[in-house]
Ligand binder design. Structure first.
Ligand code: 4AD
Ligand code: MG
Length: 461
């Protein structure tokens, strides 16, 4: 018999029809001659109830149908008497695909802590929470592509293995096939010419530099791929492997860049509100009673836009005791960003025109020679969710900056070439996909919004 998804059956009114479902037992309740099974197949957060008249089955058969087991059930669809569901299945046959020993199945009981679930990341997709998060992750990824596709952007696949440190922060994971016990050396240095690519290579921290090359031909492009950062920060907002969405647009300036970022974020949040209702309600009830309200607030309100310099002034005059002192010229800490968003403006904030010393080499320099056309979008509960900028399109200025920072200009020849041949004003940004997921799910630890997190000392699953 053809299997039906529980999501479709729960909306069906074909009472009396014979149906077949396949899924995992979430719970089992026994009484004298009847057992109630709650079955979930991942298609929706809700379970379907299967009612089993135990005398119709061989003795002890139901003993193997425990929480965690995988089953195939056929039976007739009936209107439910119990509350909480509209239909249920009166089971006729139950085939057991896989048992789960109640003594050892880690999810036998409900209500495990998120910390414990991280230790069993191979099984946590079986919980309501992670089912909801993974379905929403899918919905958000789909919405990203839909947003850009509808606008005529071209999705460009930028490389994962690269020789360039885009952000210049030196937080790269090396990629090599060299024998670590016999590293080739020439003139006292590692001889990378003997390595697989004949040069030093790493996992990318950003697809931007390659994205820019494509934007200088296709106009409006974006990348959406994994990025890697070997920063040893064990925070609830950093991963060593995360996904980033990076649009890059020819002829856009900082203002256009801000408009695109704001429109994009609002679109994604609205998409979640409209398409993930059941999962959002679940997360709202269990983790953050104000989640849906917060999402609506972001959609309905304009983001506040101000310069870094103005932001620093507000922080200095706030009288608030910060752990890290605020001084013009230093990078803002998450506590500062969150003060502006959560306490001062109580709205998402876009900070612009940061000091050039704390931003990457490629950003367009302002006329004052001190600041650059950077923009960070700061969100409640998150801090920085987007980082971006207008890019320096002048060959001379960009080359000077590369030299000032003692970067390897020979290695960057291809990037510099775009400024030599038909250069154009352009701008782009990067949205951290998991930071977005934190916001739309209301979760508080970034390890809980990616299926298999990579963090320092942790690459188990
Ligand atoms: O601000 P970042 O470093 O900007 C760039 O990489 C630019 N090349 C983007 C561009 O202009 N095309 O990173 C962008 C975003 C951050 O705002 C944050 O949301 C996320 O990526 N991010 C991280 N997310 C999780 N874990 C980390 N370690 C992250 N580092 C950055
Ligand atoms: Mg940043």
């Amino acid at each position: 018999m053809l299997r039906k998804k529980i999501k479709d059956i729960l909306n069906s009114t074909e009472y009396g029809s014979l149906v077949c479902i396949k899924g995992w037992v979430r719970s089992k309740r026994d009484s004298k001659n009847v057992a109630f099974l709650a079955i979930n197949d991942g298609s929706i957060i809700h379970n379907i109830q299967a009612v089993v008249d135990t005398p119709n089955f061989p003795e002890d058969y139901l003993k193997d149908v425990q929480t965690g087991a995988c089953v195939c059930i056929t039976g007739s669809l009936v209107q439910s008497q119990g509350k909480g569901q509209s239909v249920e299945i009166q089971a006729k046959t139950i085939e057991i695909y896989g048992t789960a020993d109640p003594e050892t199945f880690p999810l036998q009981k409900k209500g495990h802590s998120l910390e414990f679930l991280r230790e069993i990341a191979h099984l946590r997709p079986r919980t309501n929470t992670f089912g909801a998060i993974l379905r929403m992750r899918h919905a958000m990824a789909f919405a990203v592509h839909k947003f850009f596709n509808d606008k005529g952007f071209v999705y460009v696949h930028t490389p994962i293995i690269t020789g360039a440190d885009c952000e210049g922060a030196g937080e790269m994971f090396r990629v090599t096939t060299m024998d670590l016990k016999k590293i080739p050396v020439a003139d006292g240095q590692v001889d990378f010419s003997k390595d697989f690519f004949g040069k030093e290579t790493s996992l990318t921290v950003s697809g931007q530099l390659n994205g820019e090359l494509a934007a200088m031909a296709l106009g409006e492009v974006y990348t959406f791929g994994p990025t890697f950062r070997a920063e040893n920060s064990n925070t609830s907002r950093h991963l060593a492997e995360f996904w980033m969405i990076e649009p890059e647009v020819a002829f856009n300036e900082l203002e256009d860049n801000m408009n695109l970022a704001e429109e994009f974020l609002k679109y994604l949040v609205k998409y979640a509100l409209e398409n993930c209702k059941d999962d959002l309600e679940f997360l709202n009830n269990l983790y953050d009673k104000e989640l849906i309200q917060k999402l609506n607030f972001v959609v309905d309100n304009n983001f506040i836009r101000l310069t870094y310099t103005e932001g620093v002034e507000i922080l200095k005059q706030s009288g608030h005791k910060f752990e890290y002192k605020v001084e013009w010229g230093t990078d803002l800490q998450s506590e500062h960003e969150r003060y502006l968003v959560e306490k001062h403006f109580k709205k998402p904030v876009i900070l612009t025109n940061y000091p050039k010393e704390i931003k990457a080499f490629y950003m367009k320099q302002d006329a004052d020679g001190k600041t650059v056309r950077a923009m960070d979008v700061l969100f409640p509960g998150i801090g920085e969710i987007i980082g971006g900028s207008q890019r320096e399109e002048s060959y001379e200025k960009l080359l000077n900056r590369v030299r000032e920072l003692k970067m390897n200009e020979k290695e960057l020849w291809w990037y510099l070439d775009t400024r030599k041949f038909g250069t154009a004003p352009h701008a782009g940004f990067g949205l951290g996909f998991e930071r977005l997921m934190l916001f739309v799910t209301g979760m508080s630890n970034i390890r809980d919004v990616i299926p298999f997190p990579r963090t320092p000392q942790n690459a188990e699953f």
